[in-house]
Write a protein that binds this ligand. Structure first.
Ligand code: ZN
Ligand code: ZN
Length: 246
């Protein structure tokens, strides 16, 4: 009794000598079920064929296998990265890291403490004369409030004098007193006096405070660019915050 073969696609019997055989799973299928052109079928049915034929099912398995291989490769590299990160963490001395961090914080607090009685005066005419700088500051303070007009202070320019500078270097003024400093900062009188219009006064901020302010300013600019209105930066307990005036 001859072996009855069935097509692996349509499940209908076929004669093995006219069937196409998959070189991978060895299943047989009708040439019409193979989806191949007549000439391709001709080549494949040829007993001495050199080309290899894989049925759709085997091709699908093949490509799934390739996908799996790729997935394995990427998983392996992810695992390697994680292993690397873990060994880096194990090699980190967290105690030292925390100690350094605390030192940084304490240093920053000290630095702010030292600066809290200071102001910075921008825009004051400069001609490399320390006495004249002191006098300029004296005149400014005298305009602000009678309380601060005869206060003791010291002052010096930040940065070296350069006659080619278009912008004068700022003057650091050490008022020694936070209360006095606040009176000076809050004064809005300077803008109204013609001779002092070009001057501005600010807190003596640490580099960390300056970079934090810039970060807040950038956030403000982004929100304004996105259409928000009436926003303003306000210092709340010495920390700049974005306030909505609406
Ligand atoms: Zn078939
Ligand atoms: Zn196959």
């Amino acid at each position: 009794m001859p072996i009855i073969s069935k097509c692996c696609i349509c499940n209908i019997t076929l004669s093995p000598d006219k069937a196409i055989k998959c070189d991978k799973c060895k299943n047989l299928l009708h040439s019409a079920c193979s989806g191949l052109s007549e000439s391709e079928v001709h080549c494949i049915i040829n007993k001495e064929r050199r080309i290899i034929y894989h049925c759709d099912e085997c091709n699908k398995c093949q490509s799934e296998l390739l996908d799996l291989k790729q997935l394995l490769v990427s998983l392996k590299s992810e695992i390697d990265e994680l292993k690397n990160a873990r060994s880096q963490i194990q090699n980190t001395n967290f105690e030292t890291l925390m100690d350094d961090h605390y030192e940084d914080i304490i240093q920053e607090i000290n630095e702010r403490q030292l600066r809290k009685g200071n102001i910075i005066v921008y825009g004051a005419m400069e001609n490399n004369n320390a006495k004249q700088d002191i006098q300029q500051v004296q005149e400014v303070l005298a305009q602000i409030d009678p309380i601060v007009s005869d206060i003791q202070f010291s002052a010096f320019r930040l940065g070296k004098f350069d006659p080619n500078n278009i912008k004068p270097s700022p003057i650091k003024v050490i008022l020694k007193d936070e209360y006095v400093r606040n009176i000076v900062i809050k004064s809005s009188q300077l803008k109204r006096i013609e001779a002092f219009k070009h001057l501005s006064i600010s807190f003596d901020r640490t580099p960390k405070q300056i970079s934090y302010y810039r970060k807040i300013k950038k956030q403000l600019d982004e929100r304004v660019a996105n259409g928000e209105t009436n926003l303003k930066i306000k210092y709340v307990r010495g920390i700049p915050k974005i306030i909505n005036l609406n």
